[in-house]
Design a protein around this ligand. Sequence first.
Ligand code: FMN
Length: 395
Amino acid sequence: MKYAKLGKSDLNVSRICMGCMGFGNAATGQHSWTVDEAQTREIIKRGLDLGINFYDTAIVYQNGTSEQYVGKALRDFAKRDDFVIATKFTPRTQDEIDAGVSGQKHIENYLNQSLKNLGMDYVDLYIYHMWDYHTPMEEIMEGLHNAVRSGKARYIGISNCFAWQLAKANFYAREHGLTEFVSIQGHYNLIAREEEREMAPFCKDQNIAMTPYSALAGGRLSKRLGETSKRLQEDASKILVAYFSATNNTEGVAQKLADGLGADLYEITPEQPYTDEDLDYGNSDSRSSVEMDDPDARPAISGSVENMERYDVVLIGYPIWWGEAPRIMSTFIESYDFSGKTLAAFCTSASSGFGNSDSALRSAASGATWLDGQRFSAGASAEDVMEWANGLGIN
Ligand SMILES: Cc1cc2nc3c(=O)[nH]c(=O)nc-3n(C[C@H](O)[C@H](O)[C@H](O)COP(=O)(O)O)c2cc1C
């Protein structure tokens, strides 16, 4: 085993870190494919024997049971000074926000719970699991600094963020004498290389350690073609972003949503594409004018969504045409059974708001749960669209 210093910290970690998301009680939490305590102990024992001293878990992995299994195994098989344990906290919940729990208090509460789960009095690395868009960055940095000052965390790290966010947070900390992040855990492997663009050069410049997750792309890079697993099948996206876009504005927003959510993307393609003349809204005889004048118009769609059954959530995008969704959206909605699914519409427009543009769609899929829709400008940023998507509580 090779060892390295973790960024600017004094932590001496094995080059191979054991990711602990696959450990925990399968009956509780996000994944049903996690392994039980006996198997967790066996794997951790083997890891320790092979020289792995770096273990990474999170409070959200199987509702704290990953922390419990991993903490107990490490305590039983190794001396506290001989391993490095990292765990993570998630953003403030809506309940906490409503109850007025500050970012600082949130971190204190979560860290105390993680230490309890682990059966330890400190963690080596405490990680900000994903950017919290509803809590001021200043509160987070202060809360993390308090965690270090109290001795409950030796160092802090971040995961799932943009390079600008890490830069902003660390430069804020530096300016105010607070603790800086020493590591970033981003999604990186041979088929997801975005981190090479901004994050890797920034980390090199700042001596921040990169501890990528999904190095084998959830097993895709270690399996033969066509080979699958319970995990790959279950983790296939349950969210679909379906959109119609005549001049590509809505398409840009749909792509950002699908990227941010890891959702599948489906373009609603008219059998007969809309030409510039068709879209001429100054001409009452143009195809779009005629269709919108007729509530029963149902322009045909070419192709269809494969396996609509497997999606729990469908986000539906369209341009605003005279305050409404284009009729082809009605064709789309009426082509599937959305009962029991969660739906939300989004649109782009020149100036109109979202208004009641989804009302015809809502009544055509009344068996679904509809969440509030949102209008975006044509050039909406990834952060804009994700702020809406994260607020839906679907991911
Ligand atoms: C036929 C037609 C009608 C439109 N009506 C409106 C409207 O009522 N209000 C508005 O703000 N924009 C209106 N627009 C502008 C589009 O909503 C806007 O350009 C949208 O971003 C286009 O999205 P797309 O590129 O995905 O098709 C209209 C555009 C067309 C072609």
